[in-house]
Design a protein around this ligand. Structure first.
Ligand SMILES: *Cc1c(COP(=O)(O)O)cnc(C)c1O
Length: 370
């Protein structure tokens, strides 16, 4: 049995007719940018997220960038981000000429270690950008408390956690302004690039609305220097269809995660994802820490099982950040994760039989090793 790392076949077959219909409708509307499909999706995604405002934008990186712009982060400022994240979180900070300040991950949940945030706050700190990595919510009580104490903004990077909750409240609804991505492989993904910001603040919402569209509220009137960072009508139409299924698909991911935990619980050489009180994980990724990770990955690949590494090099050790001059050993947990993490296939449509195949191969590898 060949098991791909991600397959869209099952979810797309489920909604193929609706997607086809949305394509026809958009084609016939002769209106492709900033129209009623985007407005409808924004309204529905705001309701889904439990916030007042949603604004669709071009992708997740641009959403983070616009969120930072909207709150006025700029040159000379610092933004606190986790040491273990996708590079986009750091790049967004660099785009506004601010400095990313890293905080190590906790092995409890792989998210930012909230006990290490305070020591990184300086006079230059403007915001904290927690990332709900792999679909696991951060401790938002602690993060909001610290932000309030020091007068900082919070921007959640919710790219991997559509539908996740912390104490029953949705991620992407805690921060002052939050960003998400609808990259095809995310839990809620378009058929191309896309992203959004969510907020309860009408002033920040209006700023983003202008920034994403050439700094303009009225056509050919430009109040500020803006960008072209809009979400297309066709993507909004597709995303609106997929939004009706997200709870079902997240449930499917959780069920597959349970299968993995059941069938892998006795494997001593791996660490399974942490179960955190108060958090409802949506398993964008199912990430284990594994002994002899690279050999295991090769072995699985030889047995037809595709896996991935999120991420092999943490942002602070990337050549792009040589200028920050952060040495190896600065964030030991993030570095250990980079060496040992392995993402197993998880996608709606995967069966328990497939999970057993993956689990048996992992067991086979370690039995052959000993
Ligand atoms: C995917 C992702 C982004 C960037 O989203 P794009 O739409 O690819 O630009 C940002 N942050 C995290 C944590 C992500 O996983």
């Amino acid at each position: 049995m060949k098991i791909p790392f991600v397959s869209f076949e099952s979810i797309h077959n489920e909604i193929r007719q609706d997607l086809d219909m949305q394509f026809q409708k958009t084609l016939d509307s002769n209106w492709f940018i900033l129209g009623e499909r985007l407005e409808a999706f924004e309204k529905n995604y705001a309701i889904f997220s439990g916030v007042e405002y949603c604004l669709g934008v071009s992708n997740g990186l641009d959403a983070l960038h616009l969120a930072l712009k909207a709150i006025g982060v700029g040159s000379g400022h610092e933004v606190i981000i986790p040491a273990n994240t996708y590079i986009a979180t750091a790049f967004a900070v660099s785009y506004v000429d601010a400095t990313p300040v890293f905080v190590d991950a906790s092995f409890e949940h792989y998210n930012i270690d909230v006990t290490k945030i305070r020591e990184k706050i300086t006079k230059k700190t403007k915001a904290i950008m927690p990332v709900h990595l792999y679909g696991q919510p951060c401790n938002m009580d602690q993060i909001m408390k610290i932000a309030e104490e020091f007068g900082l903004y919070v921007i959640e990077d919710n790219a991997q956690a559509h539908g996740a909750t912390w104490k029953g409240k949705l991620t992407g609804s805690f921060g002052h302004i939050n960003a998400t991505s609808f990259y095809p492989g995310k839990n809620l993904g378009g058929l191309g690039d896309g992203g959004a910001i969510t907020t309860n603040d009408p002033i920040l919402a209006e700023k983003v609305m202008m920034l994403r569209n050439y700094g303009s509220k009225k056509k050919y009137h430009h109040d500020i220097v803006g960008f072209n960072m809009r979400l297309d009508e066709i993507q909004a139409a597709f995303l609106d269809v997929k939004l009706t299924k997200i709870d079902k698909w997240n449930h499917a991911r959780r069920t597959i995660a349970d299968y993995y935990c059941k069938h892998l619980q006795d494997v001593r050489e791996i660490v399974l994802p942490g179960i955190i009180a108060n958090a409802s994980h949506v398993f964008h990724l199912f990430v284990i820490l594994a002994d002899k990770r690279d050999n295991l990955q090769k072995y699985l690949s030889n047995h037809g099982i595709a896996t991935a590494i999120h991420y092999p090099i943490p942002p602070f050790l990337q050549p792009a950040y040589d200028t920050l001059n952060i040495k190896q050993g600065a964030f030991p947990n993030a570095e250990k994760m980079a060496k040992q993490c392995l993402s197993l296939p998880i996608w709606p449509g995967m069966t328990e039989e497939m999970v057993v195949t993956v689990a048996d191969s992992i067991k086979g590898f370690y039995e052959g090793e000993s």
